[in-house]
Design a protein around this ligand. Structure first.
Ligand code: ZN
Length: 96
């Protein structure tokens, strides 16, 4: 099985399997952060992943998710929906 070599802040060099790691990709998908739980001290940790690390982790089958820094909030959606309802001609909003 593929092992991923990294370092733990407490234990030094450690080896992880793809199951131990999850990858958070920034929008665009080239860089991000990866999270893992150290198999020795069980300390959860997070490290930045540059483009090279991202490609290595993806190649080993690490699960990933894309993190959107400023997601649209429910409040914004409600405000938009309310604006649509109060607008007799919604298409006018799109025309700006
Ligand atoms: Zn450790």
């Amino acid at each position: 099985m593929t092992t991923i070599k990294t370092t733990c802040a407490r234990c030094g060099d450690i080896h992880l399997t793809p199951d131990d790691v999850s990858l958070e990709l920034h929008p665009g998908g080239r860089e991000g952060d990866y999270r893992f739980r150290c198999p020795r001290c069980t300390e959860p940790q997070r490290r930045p992943a540059n483009a090279r690390v991202v490609s290595v982790l993806l190649a080993t089958g690490v699960p990933f998710e894309v993190i959107i820094p400023n997601p649209i909030t429910d409040r914004e959606i409600e405000a938009f929906a309310a604006a649509l309802e109060s607008e007799p001609d919604p298409l006018r909003l799109l025309a700006g």
